[in-house]
Design a protein around this ligand. Structure first.
Ligand code: CMX
Length: 440
């Protein structure tokens, strides 16, 4: 792995110099004003973080180091005979900032396969939980069990220079990403397949081996996994899972602890759990209507009913995006190629036609368009991965790529402890009364 690490360090040193000069020369430039409404309402639109791996445009969607999802699908190396990008390549792109060659991607695949051994006590920790525990609870517990192997935590305790933090964070990142598919597959087979576990195949790429350990050896499912693990990996820095990982990492908690925090955030229904909620919402609708393919009129009625009951329509809306999520479109294209006649897939497409105008007509939902979670469950279900409680774990395995590549950058750039200022409503009242003067 040496040369990828050396390349990363060289890039980070270059970037460090540039950042120093930006701060020295332009550090006083004002990036934006902050209103009281923003302070109260989830800090929407406040620029306050640097995340090098990707940037989100409200209308265009995500770009990874400048590349859109359609560009990634075209430019990143693919498995032999495959059409979808290998997520190993996206990790390299996010880390180094350049599109990798096939050899570089193969090198990362091999490195992760070599580092993928999971100690038995991690499985014991999973087994200690009731089998009914949500897969995300089991996943987070397993990540915490893996933490006992953190090279960063060990080195920090022994005493290392701040200049070397990045080195150990990098090593932990590679170990953790390598081990996650085995842990996730173990949870899946334990919970849904009676503990009939499948050994890894070290000859396969990261996604194909994951699919294999889950018990899905069909080539097009492996392709779906490659696409899925690529497109869920990163969505700039302010989303809950990325921000939580970055925030906890800023306290110099090691990558395992930081990533566990990110996964706790991903497990929320307004974030990563939405993929589970989407398929449940569709299934409940179908059950209520006694049909596996409700009409558009029936779907419209069901959306109205959901809104009237004061619930969200899962898979729709976004804090930043204002158009159809390109991650939704990528999955739709995949479905058109592989399973256009699947009834759940067709229902997802019908919802896409019906939901936006209804959501828009409420006058309060800022983005009536689908996000990544609106489509993913239908594809997984098509291939027989029907246990929707597990879907957020798949999201989590992918999200590791982006948030951990970012954590490497955080430490390589020496970013400090994150500590924004908070206020009280008492403070806000004085501020308003004193005509925007900051109270003493
Ligand atoms: N259905 C019903 N109401 C919705 C809605 C939806 N899909 N999306 C937004 N709203 C509501 C909000 O709840 C809010 O209502 P109140 O003013 O009564 O509190 C109002 O519309 C304004 O919200 P917003 O500014 O448009 O959206 P936010 O930035 O506050 O929230 C999000 C963004 C994603 C949490 C929200 O759109 C939502 O809850 N969507 C459904 C859940 C979902 O799909 N989450 C996954 C997001 C992608 C991911 O992270 O994986």
């Amino acid at each position: 792995m040496g040369y990828v690490k050396d390349r990363f360090k060289a890039k980070a040193d270059e970037q460090n110099k540039e950042i120093k000069s930006i701060i020295e020369q332009h550090g006083n430039m004002v990036v934006g004003d902050v209103t009281l409404a923003q302070v109260y309402q989830g800090m929407r639109g406040i620029t306050g973080l640097v995340t090098e791996t990707s940037l989100l445009d409200a209308n265009e969607g995500i770009r990874f180091r400048g590349f859109s999802i359609p560009e990634l699908r075209e430019k990143l190396p693919k498995a032999e005979g495959g059409q979808e990008p290998l997520p190993e390549g996206l990790f390299y792109l996010m880390l180094i900032g350049e599109v990798p060659t096939e050899e570089e991607v193969e090198h990362i695949s091999e490195t992760w396969a070599r580092r993928s051994h999971v100690p038995n006590y991690v499985f014991d920790v999973i087994e200690a939980l009731p089998v009914s525990a949500h897969p995300m609870t089991q996943f987070i517990a397993a990540i915490l069990a893996l933490q006992t192997q953190s090279r960063f935590a060990k080195a920090y305790t022994e005493g290392i220079s701040k200049k070397d933090h990045w080195n150990y964070v990098y090593e932990d990142t590679m170990d953790l990403i390598a081990r996650l598919p085995r842990v996730a597959a173990y949870i899946y087979r334990r919970k849904y397949k009676g503990g009939d576990h499948i050994q890894p195949d070290g000859m396969l790429d990261w996604s194909a081996n994951f699919a294999h350990m889950l018990g899905f050896d069909e080539e097009s499912f492996k392709e779906l996994m490659r696409l899925y693990l690529t497109i869920h990996s990163d969505h700039e820095g302010g989303n809950v899972s990325a921000h939580a990982t970055h925030l906890v990492g800023s306290a110099l908690s090691d990558p395992f602890l930081s990533f566990a925090a990110g996964m706790a955030g991903l497990a929320g229904p307004l974030h990563g759990l939405a993929n589970q909620e989407v398929i449940r919402w569709i299934e409940e609708m179908c059950k209520e209507l006694n049909s596996d393919q409700p009409t558009k009129e029936q779907i419209a009625d069901y959306i109205h009913k959901t809104l009237t009951e004061g619930k969200v329509v899962p898979g729709y809306g976004h804090a930043v995006l204002r158009k159809t999520d390109p991650r939704f479109t990528a999955q739709m294209e995949f479905a058109k190629r592989h399973c256009p006649d699947d009834p759940t897939v067709k229902t997802v497409w019908n919802i896409y036609e019906v939901a936006p105008p209804i959501l828009e007509s409420t006058g309060k939902i800022k983005n009536p368009w689908p996000n990544v979670d609106a489509h993913s469950g239908a594809l997984l279900k098509h291939y027989g991965l029907v246990e929707e409680e597990f879907y957020t774990v798949l999201f989590g395995v992918s999200r590791a790529l982006g948030v951990l590549a970012s954590l490497c950058w955080d430490r390589a750039l020496g970013f400090p402890l994150e500590r924004p200022k908070s206020i009280t409503t008492e403070w806000a009242k004085k501020f308003v009364t004193a005509g925007e003067k900051v109270p003493e």
